[in-house]
Ligand binder design. Sequence first.
Ligand code: DAT
Ligand code: MG
Length: 149
Amino acid sequence: MERTFLAIKPDGVQRALIGEIISRLESKGFTLVGLKLVKVSRELAEKHYDVHKERPFFPGLVDFITSGPVVAMVWEGDGVIASARKIIGATNPLNAEPGTIRGDFGVSVGRNLIHGSDAPETATREISLWFKDEELVNWQPTITPWLYE
Ligand code: DAT
Ligand code: MG
């Protein structure tokens, strides 16, 4: 089954939205297979956002993501990469639809609460960057037949 990497950023943690955010993915029907609270090093932050390293906002982004605890997660399910991106909403919370995480809880692009992998290749890369194999749990919820035919 498909897996994606999601991270609740320091603003989401500080604003006490961990439970709310996890709840949205859980009640959708996705399965949590990895979860940890991380104080992100600059090295990890720079690797994670490597694709943006030439952008003017890169230094601020690295400062922000290393500024407090982050909830790192791996979620599993059919189509979870694209679906989680929809649940998260547009990068700028002011453009994100109501009903999405960023649309419901955010007002600025530099404080958009959560990261989600954008494609299968980035999901694979980010999962292995943030998690060791043994930190991921292979399990199948007993409700699976009520989610998939
Ligand atoms: P996303 O997080 O929706 O995948 P992205 O990969 O384009 O968005 O950018 C990564 C993060 O960088 C984004 O969540 C917030 C920050 N960011 C993006 N564009 C920005 C901008 N124009 N100004 C400030 N921060 C920005
Ligand atoms: Mg991105």
